[in-house]
Design a protein around this ligand. Structure first.
Ligand code: ZN
Length: 431
């Protein structure tokens, strides 16, 4: 592929691409102009700038991944801010939401204040910092959400864990409402899931390991819906994996209850069968489910029940993923396969309109998090992703820019690629 390159810091026109911006309701071949790091115009633009020919490419607002584990501080052998955000840029993301379950977790204003300049210094794309809902993500004492919001936290989540006590979650939502901070929840009743390695089903039985009943997720989704209704404050359900969860969220939205949800590229494209082919590289939490679950998650994305696609990028070392199914860590390093997998599965195979798919990576996160991002509207930051939706790519995890290579997509060929990522008008990565 031709490498897209241009002079930074001069007014630029991306000419003749298919510009897809769900927030603007735009899907047409036109130009996008930017200068001094901001979008200046969308539409036919004159020549008073360097002109980059992007015919045959799709130009979108910079894609946002609202579920990324950067492992920094504490587990930088798996990933760090620099490597994780480089993987994001290569994957087509100009902005990511960093989960707070680092070591130590981000649960205090002091920690957040220390991290913010460190993140800014080392990041290759923009990072939205998050904090834990409860102190040390123990599910007991609620964090100082108001103070953390004031210090710059974009959202709060105990991701990786789920608050087991409904009274604590009720208090969390009341505090979050008072603080005006978005709540993202990993739904798992651990009394039911017992941290089992796989979905409760044929593959778990065949491997002789415990299985997580879909009920472990659905019980907590139902609880969160009830608490969102009671408090009038929105809850965002992370990585939805079961048909029952999709049905509950669809029902809640129909009732006008303020819930939103995300799905991952792996739950959209794989089932528990992947364990047979990929072994522990397909071990993830929540687990890959059945084909019926997968189809319902796809239906949920297509009908808008699930408004966000996010990777749950969970980098691990080889040693973490070696060993038996029960010993291996949960997680998939997803940043560098998300766009090929999502375009293949939803756009090419299921005929989802491109503008709707782009919305799941732009408008969806923008609305859940209240971000001033995810659009090419004049005045917005010149964060842009350039896609080659028909380009065939083979995923080679040994060439990931992430420190990790734990991917069940390794060796597979997909249709659709991120060609370049632009942050504040600067080409961060192209290929
Ligand atoms: Zn999670």
């Amino acid at each position: 592929m031709k490498i897209l390159q241009w002079q930074p810091n001069v007014p630029t026109i991306l000419r003749g691409g298919r510009v897809v911006d769900p927030v603007l309701g735009l899907d047409e071949v036109t130009d996008v102009a930017f200068a001094r790091g901001r979008i200046t115009q969308v539409g036919s633009v004159g020549e008073d700038a360097q002109v980059i020919d992007v015919q045959n490419y799709v130009i979108t607002p910079g894609l946002i991944d609202m579920h990324v584990h950067l492992r920094d501080p504490g587990q930088t052998e798996k990933e760090d801010i620099s490597s994780g955000t480089l993987a994001a840029a290569v994957g087509g993301f100009s902005r990511i939401v960093a989960m707070p379950n680092t070591d130590p977790p981000v649960d205090s204003a002091e920690h957040l204040s220390r991290m913010l300049p460190y993140m800014r210094k080392n990041a290759n794309v923009k990072i939205e910092p998050t904090v834990t809902l409860t102190m040390a993500a123990k599910g007991e004492a609620v964090s100082d959400l108001r103070g953390l919001r004031r210090k710059g936290a974009s959202a709060a989540t105990d991701d990786g864990r789920c608050i087991q006590g409904s009274a604590v979650m009720f208090e969390v939502l009341q505090c979050a409402k008072d603080a005006g901070i978005a709540v993202l929840d990993h739904c798992e009743d651990v009394g039911i899931s017992r941290h089992a390695s796989l979905n409760a089903g044929d593959v778990a039985q065949e491997k002789g390991v415990g299985g997580q009943s879909p009920a472990a997720e659905e019980v907590m989704v139902a609880r969160d819906i009830v608490l969102a209704r009671t408090t009038g404050y929105p809850v965002h359900i992370q990585h939805v994996s079961t048909a029952g969860s999709v049905e509950l969220i669809r029902w809640a939205k129909q009732q006008g209850i303020r819930v939103s949800a995300e799905a991952t590229p792996h739950h959209l494209s794989l089932t528990e069968e992947a364990i047979r082919r990929c072994g522990t590289y397909a071990k993830v939490n929540p687990p890959l489910r059945t084909e019926a679950d997968r189809q319902e998650v796809i239906r949920g994305v297509r009908d808008g029940t699930i408004s966000v696609i996010a990777t749950d990028h969970a980098p691990h070392t080889r040693a973490d993923k070696d060993g038996t199914v029960e010993e291996a860590a949960f997680g998939i390093a997803g940043l560098e396969s998300a766009i090929p997998v999502s375009l293949s599965c939803l756009y090419h195979e299921h005929g989802m309109p491109l503008i709707e798919l782009v919305a799941a990576f732009t408008q969806g996160p923008r609305e859940v998090l209240g971000l001033d991002a995810g659009t090419l509207a004049p005045g917005a930051p010149a964060d842009i992703t350039i896609l080659a939706p028909d380009k065939e790519v083979r995923i080679d995890s040994s060439r990931f820019h992430s420190k990790a290579s734990n991917s069940p997509f390794h060796g597979n060929t997909y249709k659709g690629a991120a060609a370049a990522t632009v942050v504040d008008g600067m080409p961060v990565r192209s290929g």
